[in-house]
Design a protein around this ligand. Structure first.
Ligand code: GLV
Ligand code: MN
Ligand code: MN
Ligand code: MN
Length: 400
């Protein structure tokens, strides 16, 4: 098992990694994503698993009948954020194959179909909405809405899919498939410092509600050297003040607000910007706090915009309500593994599937808590403990 994990890890490690930063750029339907997908298919075939691509571009590897009832499914995603780490996503997929190998070594006899899944476009790095593959399958993102999504170069999602050799015409809810799943368990690297004590593996209780909002700050382009301060309508100023307000208000609310992406037009050093577009990612422990926080940030932006002569427009690009994972399943896993139970502020495909399928998550300890960064790390011993824990869980769920 250990060598299988090492071998798979070593194969994936160079795919889509930037030589300068060491971070990953595996975005939906780009060439690194294609390499990851080819790797997944090969892993399935090497193990004699039935390989399947669903209508939304998610990949499945089946042991047993793909059309059987009550399947136990595990897996995660292989795409990354811009300059992401090696573990967020791939740890869950590699651990799934390694856990299956371990169960076969144990001579496990499965009473239900077992599947490993690679959900497409979990991070939403290219088209702005996270968990596109699982959202489409669960019917929380419609084909119509998906067809409207564009990347930074204006390429539409269906065109990107088609260029990568996939048929976008069938995308949409996959109720039949989801109704055949008895349970979904996603293993994931923990993304904060909440598992640093003696236990290397934890069980998720909940995911904080979270969403993405786009603020468009419309000002007036003008000359940097000749426009008097009092004559300016500078959207950069409104944007900067909104970032400061977001941080202050999030801190007051015990919540989180992040502007991690910004686009400026015309983006010239010696021109006042005409438009600043800033994307807010905000999360809180409950939906009321989150809604109130975003409203306060919007109000702060509008007030400042009024003073700056800048018009502010707000668009909600995606939203995920609070996720409480299936109670009996969570308790069963925590008891089986004698593991701590903890919530997370990070979004996952498991959070999307939880609306349709009994779902649970395992977290593997992250010693620094750093994630969405090339510095993301998990100790190898903890990763292997995660594989064994996942094997125990799959055995408990599928071998009855
Ligand atoms: C996904 O990793 C997210 O929480 O943004
Ligand atoms: Mn992530
Ligand atoms: Mn992830
Ligand atoms: Mn000039």
């Amino acid at each position: 098992m250990t060598s299988g994990f090492e071998e798979m890890w070593a194969e994936l490690l160079p795919v889509g990694r930037s030589a300068s930063s060491g971070g990953y750029r595996r975005f939906a339907w780009n060439s690194a994503d294609a390499e990851c997908r080819a790797w997944f298919e090969q892993q399935a075939r090497d193990r004699g698993l039935a390989y399947e691509l669903d209508r939304n571009g998610n990949q499945w590897a089946w042991l047993g009948d793909p059309h059987g009832q009550g399947a136990i499914v595990t897996g995660s995603h292989l795409d990354s954020v811009p300059d992401g780490g090696a573990f967020d996503g791939p740890l869950g997929v590699v651990s799934s194959f390694a856990a299956l190998d371990e169960l076969r070594d144990r001579g496990a006899e499965f009473g239900r179909p077992l599947a490993i899944v690679n959900f497409g476009d979990e991070e939403g790095a290219r088209f702005g909405v996270a968990c596109i593959g699982s959202r489409l399958s669960a019917g929380v993102l419609s084909q119509e809405a998906a067809y409207e999504l564009r990347d930074a170069d204006g390429v539409r999602l269906p065109d990107a899919m088609e260029r990568a050799g996939y048929d976008p015409t069938a995308i949409g809810a996959d109720d039949d498939r989801l109704s055949r799943i008895g349970a979904f368990v996603e293993l994931h690297v923990e993304q904060g410092r909440y598992l640093t004590e003696e236990r290397p593996v934890g069980v998720a209780s909940a995911i904080w509600p979270h969403g993405r909002w786009r603020f468009d700050f419309h000002g007036e382009a003008n000359h940097a050297g000749t426009t008097r301060i009092e004559d300016r309508r500078d959207p950069m100023l409104t944007y900067a003040n909104t970032v400061l307000a977001a941080r202050k208000k999030a801190k007051q609310a015990g919540a989180l607000a992040t502007f991690g992406k910004v686009a400026v037009e015309p983006n010239g050093t010696n021109a006042i910007a005409s438009l600043v577009r800033g994307w807010l990612d905000s999360r809180a422990a409950d939906e009321r706090t989150l809604t109130a926080l975003v409203a306060e940030i919007e109000q702060a932006a509008a007030e400042r915009g009024g003073r700056d002569g800048v018009r502010v427009e707000l668009t909600r690009e995606s939203y995920t309500p609070v996720v409480d994972f299936d109670g009996p399943l969570r308790d069963r896993l925590a008891k089986l593994l004698d593991a701590p139970v903890l919530p997370t502020g990070a979004g996952h495909d498991a959070g999307i599937l939880a609306s349709a399928v009994p779902t649970a998550m395992l977290f593997v300890r992250n010693p620094t808590g750093v994630s969405h960064s090339p510095a993301e790390h998990a100790e190898r011993a903890d990763c292997l403990a995660g594989v064994s824990a996942l094997a125990d869980v799959l055995e408990d769920l599928a071998c009855q």
